[in-house]
Design a protein around this ligand. Structure first.
Ligand code: AQP
Length: 332
C-alpha cells in the first residue's frame, strides 16, 4: 500500500488554515487505501524560539486536534517527531546531500527570515532537509499539504534523486505532493495577500481551532472585504482576494465547489454572507474544539498514544535508516 506522511508544527495553536489545508485531507486519506503517518514536528518548531512550557502544551494540543478532527490512532500512526530519533538522524544525512544554494531559494525561508538572514537559526535555514527526512525515513510516497509547502516538496524530490544518483542506488522514492481542495491556501482575515498563520501577531487574522462561537462570529464579521456584492461565478472573484478567501473557506467547509457556492450566494452582500459563513464555521468547528478540550483534560492519555505511535513508527524507520547508513558506508 502507498504510504502517506505529513506533519504540523506545534508552534502555536491550530488554525483554520491548517485544518482546511492539511488535516481535513489527512482524515480523508486515512479512510482511503493508504497507510497513514501523521506527525507533530516539534524539531521543526524549535527552528524559531519556543517557550518550553508552551511547546509541551502545544504539542499535546496538536495531538488532541488531530484526534478530535478524526485521525484515529487505530488507523493511523500518530507521532511526535522528537520521539522517533531516525527523523533527526536522516535529517543530518540529507543536510550533507542538499546544497546551500537550494536552501537559499526557499521562499518560506526568505519570508520567515526577512532582512535578518544572518541572525536566524541554522535550523531554520536547513529546515527542508529535515522535512525531506521526515517523509523519506518512511519511504512515504504521498504528502498531503497546503499550497505553501509545494516548494519544500520539490526539494524533497531533489534530495531523493541526488542521494540515489550519488550512491548509485534506487532507494528513496520520489514523493507526490497532494494539494487538493477549495482551501489549499487560506488567507489572513485582515489581509488577503498574506497566508493565515499561527504565528501572525494579530489574533484577528486567523480562526483558531479553539476559538468559541462568539470569537469565530466576531472575527468573520470583522474580516476585511470589499464593498461589492458576491459574483455569481468564480471568475468574478479575480482581483478580489478577500472575497475569494471567504468564499473558498465556505466551499471547503461545506464540501462544495466555489461555483456551487456562488450559485447559492451570488448577488448577496457581505452583510448577509458573513453570518452564513460564521454559522457554518461554528457548526463544523465547535464539535472539534469541544472534543479537543475533553482530550486535553487527560494529557497522560495523549502521551500514551504518542508513545505507542513512536514504537510503531520505529519499526518502519529503524530499518530504513540502517540501510541508508550501509549504503553510505558507515560501519556498524
Ligand atoms: N493558511 C493556510 N492555508 C492552507 N494550508 C495551510 N497550512 C498552513 N497554513 C495554511 C498547511 O498546514 C500544514 C502545517 O503547517 P505547519 O504548521 O508545518 O507550518 P506553516 O505552513 O508555517 O503553518 P503556519 O500556521 O503558518 O505556522 P507558522 O506560523 O508557525 O509558520 C502544512 O501542510 C501547511 O501547508
Amino acid at each position: 500500500t502507498p504510504r502517506v506522511f505529513s506533519g504540523i508544527q506545534p508552534s502555536g495553536g491550530l488554525t483554520l488554515g491548517n485544518y482546511l489545508g492539511a488535516i481535513k485531507r489527512f482524515v480523508q486519506m486515512q479512510e482511503e487505501d493508504f497507510e497513514t503517518i501523521y506527525c507533530m514536528v516539534d524539531l521543526h518548531a524549535i527552528t524559531v524560539w519556543q517557550d518550553p512550557a508552551d511547546l509541551r502544551r502545544n504539542t499535546r494540543e496538536l495531538a488532541a486536534g488531530f484526534i478530535a478532527s478524526g485521525i484515529s490512532p487505530e488507523k493511523s500512526i500518530l507521532i511526535n517527531q522528537s520521539q522517533v530519533p531516525e527523523h533527526a538522524q536522516l535529517g543530518w544525512v540529507f543536510s550533507c546531500v542538499a546544497r546551500v544554494g537550494w536552501m537559499q531559494r526557499m521562499t518560506q525561508f526568505k519570508d520567515k527570515a526577512g532582512k535578518n538572514t544572518q541572525n536566524v537559526s541554522l535550523g531554520l535555514f536547513g529546515y527542508p532537509a529535515l522535512m525531506a527526512a521526515d517523509i523519506l525515513v518512511y519511504h512515504a510516497t504521498h504528502v498531503p499539504v497546503g499550497e505553501d509547502q509545494k516548494q519544500h516538496l520539490e526539494l524533497t524530490r531533489d534530495i531523493a534523486l541526488k542521494f540515489n544518483h550519488d550512491y548509485g542506488v534506487d532507494f528513496f522514492p520520489i514523493t507526490e505532493p497532494v494539494i487538493e481542495g477549495a482551501a489549499t491556501r487560506v488567507m489572513s482575515l485582515r489581509d488577503g495577500s498574506r497566508k493565515m498563520s499561527k504565528s501572525d501577531p494579530s489574533d484577528a487574522s486567523r480562526i483558531n481551532m479553539t476559538d468559541d462561537a462568539d470569537a469565530i462570529a466576531k472575527k468573520i464579521r470583522k474580516a476585511k472585504t470589499d464593498p461589492d456584492a458576491l459574483p455569481s461565478e468564480a471568475a468574478g472573484l479575480k482581483d478580489r482576494p478577500e472575497a475569494r478567501n471567504l468564499v473558498n473557506i465556505y466551499a471547503a467547509l461545506s464540501e462544495q465547489s466555489v461555483d456551487q457556492v456562488l450559485r447559492e450566494v451570488g448577488g448577496q452582500q457581505f452583510g448577509a454572507f458573513k453570518p452564513m459563513l460564521a454559522d457554518l464555521a461554528v457548526s463544523k468547528l465547535s464539535p472539534i474544539s469541544g472534543e479537543m478540550a475533553r482530550l486535553m483534560n487527560d494529557p497522560a492519555e495523549i502521551d500514551r498514544v504518542l508513545a505507542r505511535g513512536a514504537e510503531q513508527a520505529r519499526e518502519i524507520t529503524a530499518p530504513i535508516l540502517k540501510k541508508t547508513y550501509e549504503i553510505i558506508g558507515m560501519v556498524g
